[in-house]
Design a protein around this ligand. Structure first.
Ligand SMILES: [Zn+2]
Length: 227
């Protein structure tokens, strides 16, 4: 096999990480290619003392497991809610410590953000997350390298209802993505920030519609296992 073909095969077989000599860096995952009707719902910026519990109740009623990309500083303020998320069987992802403007950070600073949040998470739930999502989904060379060095999968998203925008009603949030969701998608919501009540209402209607269409809901780690 010619070496170029071999290299392509290796890259194809290792979609989550590139491990080529000194260029070790994470590879952002937006969605996975699958024909199975599965989607991963994700929530950023929590835990939030008011909305995360509401959301957990909703997910419990709907029988849906999701992934929460939590902030270290929020988790420090609400450790019991972080434990609750974990005990309810959802996945905890790392969203860094303090949600800085990550474009301006150098690799060691991004690394420090990840590790500082990791410490809070490990101390609270006794388990290290597998997935990291940079604030704003911003991917720079520093982010790619720091994520790899910290030993995380770099998770982006493929469907964004922009639920963080002010004055977005549940109907607007739901209808903005209703026809855009497909197999293997990663959906972005927020349990910290604004609009959460509308987000939760939108989520319920989307879950019902997706179920009717035959979709199942999995965590990000479960999604990565599906091929
Ligand atoms: Zn965020």
């Amino acid at each position: 096999m010619p070496w170029k073909v071999l290299l392509l095969v290796i890259l194809f077989l290792c979609p989550t990480r590139m491990t080529l000599g000194t260029t070790d860096q994470a590879f952002p995952i937006f969605k996975i290619d699958t024909e199975k009707k599965v989607v991963a719902i994700t929530f950023d910026d929590g835990p939030d003392p008011k909305y995360t519990p509401l959301l957990l109740e909703t997910l419990n009623l709907e029988g849906v497991k999701a992934t929460f990309f939590v902030l270290g500083n929020q988790a420090e303020k609400s450790p019991q809610i972080l434990q609750w998320i974990h005990k309810a069987g959802h996945e905890i992802g790392n969203h860094g410590y303090s949600h800085p403007d990550i474009k301006k950070l150098k690799r060691p600073e991004v690394y420090q953000q990840i590790k500082r949040a990791e410490k809070v998470i490990v101390n609270t739930i006794g388990k290290r997350p597998q997935c990291y999502r940079p604030p704003g989904g911003v991917v720079t060379p520093a982010v790619l390298k720091a994520t790899y060095d910290a030993g995380y999968e770099l998770i982006h998203w493929s469907v964004d209802p922009k639920d963080w925008k002010r004055n977005r009603t549940a109907e607007v949030i739901a209808s903005s993505i209703k026809n855009k969701i497909g197999s293997g998608d990663i959906l972005l919501f927020h349990d910290g920030g604004v609009n959460q009540e509308e987000s939760i209402k939108a989520l319920v209607s989307l879950i019902h519609d997706m179920r009717k269409d035959g979709f199942e809901f999995v965590t990000v780690s479960e999604l990565l296992e599906i091929k």
